[in-house]
Design a protein around this ligand. Structure first.
Ligand SMILES: [Zn+2]
Length: 223
């Protein structure tokens, strides 16, 4: 009901910024809030099992609201802005000239049906429009209904994710894969995904996350 009302209000009045609520710019994310997002320097954040990890912004208020809006509150229009934050960063890298296949972190089927969509697939679609890269959602599936990670310790996360993914060789054509996710915390999800690919002999991997926690920035690798 609230959602319906807010959509109706959007229709009658102008679109409101999902973060600050202002309606001056008739957009889901106003330029002020977009500018407030703290971006990270364009360099490798860290390596996970030898794979370079890039990250576009720090996970704090504005970006948190955007990610949660897409993920839990049907604010699918925000996917464009999340992709734009990533693209602003990505286009500055020399490696962005290469051709990639974007692989959004998959959700377990049942969870995706319940949520109606995989939020990272929506971001991948927008990122694909900006970069011209293709998307590959068939190459890896989540075959285990893992528990939400945020309450678990690093050790529990690892156990929770153990053998959570399944690789499909029929859907691989030797292209460079760009694995994307919204937040990097302990990196356990990416670690498990990378392991799945590497065990199958797929080596050309790059990780790109929209945001990461301060912890990752403090522990940035010097390479
Ligand atoms: Zn705003």
């Amino acid at each position: 009901m609230i959602k319906f009302l807010s959509q109706l209000l959007d229709l009658i009045y102008k679109k409101r910024c999902y973060v600050c609520g202002c309606s001056g710019e008739n957009t889901k994310l106003c330029s002020k809030c977009f500018k407030k997002i703290r971006r990270l320097p364009v360099k490798i954040l860290k390596h996970i099992d030898g794979v370079a990890v890039y990250c576009s912004a720090i996970y704090e208020k504005e970006i948190q609201k955007i990610i949660r809006g897409i993920k839990y509150h049907n604010q699918t229009e925000l996917a464009f802005f999340q992709a734009k934050i990533m693209y602003d960063y990505w286009k500055q890298l020399n490696i962005s000239q290469d051709t990639y296949s974007i692989v959004p972190v998959p959700l377990f089927d049942k969870r995706q049906k319940k949520r109606k969509y995989n939020h990272m697939e929506l971001v991948a679609q927008e990122f694909s429009k900006l970069t011209g890269y293709s998307i590959n959602t068939e190459i890896i599936k989540r075959i285990k209904d893992t528990k939400p990670q945020y309450k678990l310790t690093k050790k529990q996360r690892k156990k929770n994710l153990h053998n959570a993914f399944e690789y499909s060789e029929h859907h691989y054509n030797g292209e460079k894969l760009l694995l994307i996710d919204d937040i990097l915390t302990t990196g356990s999800t990416m670690e498990e995904m990378i392991k799945t690919f590497q065990n199958a002999g797929v080596k050309d991997l790059t990780v790109f996350v929209t945001s990461c926690t301060e912890f990752n920035i403090k522990n940035r690798s010097e390479t």
